[in-house]
Design a protein around this ligand. Structure first.
Ligand code: AHR
Length: 499
């Protein structure tokens, strides 16, 4: 029997809703086909946005959406994507499949999408091939209300009122596709570019995200912070609100990656072991951030994460289209539990990517759409958004095969404003169910309701069989004198709501 102890008196940190954020890039069929089909499409849409996709995403509660990239961001010139569609420039999307980008989805369309989703906006600016003027004018175009060339241009293009930009990324992967910069060079560029991202509306601050490290490049984190905070501005308000981190799980490594659907038990544990590595990355980058920012004012922004497999056979390799199985459900459940547990430092995270690319929550084919196992995890975990993380401890044991060891269980617990507890647990084992004796300190519990996502490790949803993996009722939890008792089945993710 495993023991789980929850201390309801000890609130650890707020789980920012943005930890449940998403990312949509001009890549493959994410934006075009996946989200935006255009007003004239036979697929049901509102102002070009697919109704089925918007409805599913609203149910799952998307808190924030990052756009337009990714690598695409540092080649994107925003003025190409405004004005009458027939006059918008066409370009080659050199990063992703060499296809024609017709710019029919631009700034106005992005804000329309976010309005339909009811979510916050995270724009990633072009530092790699754009100028300070271009970046600064984009911010003026989006947010300035008054007399100015960009505000007039926006009005001329049909939007009198400014929009709200919640977050702004100053370059993407500037150590790689965003310009192959050295940390010191990038940090100086960051200092310069961010200066011209103005807060035009009193009381509305655009949170600025500085480009952080790739995986375990701790030197990048250190040098960027060093240069940014040298001779400066010690914590001039809004100089830097976040520092990003990118980490993808490639089961077999960057070159081969591995199949999304065809894997054995060893690769199962290897994938989960790699997903768990997120915790070490947060701790070690976090420790460096602590030396510059002990009060944790700068958020760690994990704005690209998820599984990255070899793309589906027969699809364009530049489109990064992959299936999604119970293994992805476990990766999502484990990673979101890690983010919750580190919500004192992790302030936003954006799964890559929202539709049809990498670890998507939705897949589309023509007018058909399926919710992936990952979708169902985000839907179950949505109750953690803006709740308070509670101190909790789970007894675990090590399982796995050979060098690919993992703990058998992971968990996180939050309390909502109305006092309801939300417990999310993952069972990583392919063989064993575990009985869990839960002690809930300082709370009399009278009601428990549960839901579960479970299945065989390869189980997936297809356009022919869209409901193989779905959320089912879990009514196995019983109230005890001190809390709860239940058995978590092997290969599953569970959510318990306790009152
Ligand atoms: O998400 C796919 C790509 O991965 C992004 O464009 C880039 O930022 C990262 O390398």
């Amino acid at each position: 029997m495993a023991r789980l102890v929850i201390n309801t008196k000890k609130k650890v940190s707020k789980i920012n809703k943005e930890i449940y954020g998403h990312f949509s890039e001009h890549l493959g069929r994410c934006i075009y086909e996946g989200i935006y089909v255009g007003e004239d499409s036979p697929i049901e849409n509102v102002n070009g946005m697919r109704c089925d996709v918007v409805e599913a995403l609203k149910e799952m509660k998307v808190p924030v959406l990052r756009w337009p990239g990714g690598c695409f961001a540092d080649e994107y010139h925003w003025k190409d994507g405004i004005g009458p569609k027939e006059t918008r420039k066409k370009m080659i999307n050199t990063h992703w499949g060499g296809v024609v980008e017709d710019n029919s989805f631009g700034t106005h369309e992005f804000f329309e999408l976010c309005e339909q989703l009811g979510c916050e906006t995270y724009i990633n600016g072009n530092l790699g091939s754009g100028t300070v003027q271009e970046m600064s004018e984009w911010v003026e175009y989006m947010t300035f209300e008054g007399v100015s060339p960009m505000a007039e241009l926006r009005a001329k293009n049909g939007h009198e009122k400014p929009w709200k930009v919640d977050f702004f990324g100053v370059g993407n992967e500037s150590w790689g596709c965003g310009g192959n910069m050295n940390p010191d060079f990038y940090a100086n560029e960051y200092r310069r570019y961010q200066t011209f991202i103005r807060d035009y509306k009193t009381g509305e601050h655009i949170e600025k995200i500085c480009c952080g490290a790739n995986v375990d490049d701790y030197e990048w984190t250190k040098e960027v912070l060093d240069t940014c905070f040298r001779h400066s501005l010690p914590f001039q308000h809004g100089f830097m609100d976040g520092l990003s981190l990118h980490y993808y799980v490639h089961p077999e490594g960057w070159d081969v990656k591995g199949s999304a659907t065809d894997f054995d038990e060893t690769v199962w544990y290897k994938t989960l072991n790699k997903a768990l590595y997120m915790e070490e990355l947060i701790q070690r980058h976090g420790a460096i951030m602590d030396t510059y920012d002990p009060e944790k004012k700068i958020g760690m922004i994990v704005d690209e994460w998820g599984t990255w497999y070899t793309c589906e056979p027969g699809t364009n390799p530049g489109f990064l289209y992959q299936q999604n199985t119970m293994r992805d459900a476990l990766v999502a459940g484990i990673t979101l539990n890690i983010f919750n547990k580190h919500s004192d430092r992790v302030k936003m995270a954006n799964l890559a990517q929202m539709v049809n690319v990498l670890q998507s929550v939705l897949l589309t084919e023509g007018e058909k759409m399926v919710k992936t196992p990952t979708y169902h995890i985000f839907n179950m975990y949505k109750h953690h958004q803006d709740a308070e993380l509670l101190d909790s401890h789970m007894e675990t044991k090590t399982i796995g095969t050979g060098e690919w060891n993992v703990p058998n269980l992971t968990e996180s617990v939050s309390v909502a404003e109305d006092g309801t507890l939300h417990i999310t647990l993952t069972n990583l084992s392919l063989e064993e169910d575990y009985e869990i004796d839960t002690t809930i300190l300082d709370k009399a519990v009278s009601q428990v309701r549960g839901e579960i996502v479970t299945g065989e490790m390869h189980a997936k949803n297809t356009f022919e069989e869209p409901e193989t993996v779905t959320v089912e009722t879990f009514d196995k939890a019983e109230l005890t004198e001190g809390g709860l008792k239940f058995t978590i089945p092997k290969c599953s993710v569970v959510h318990l709501e306790v009152r």
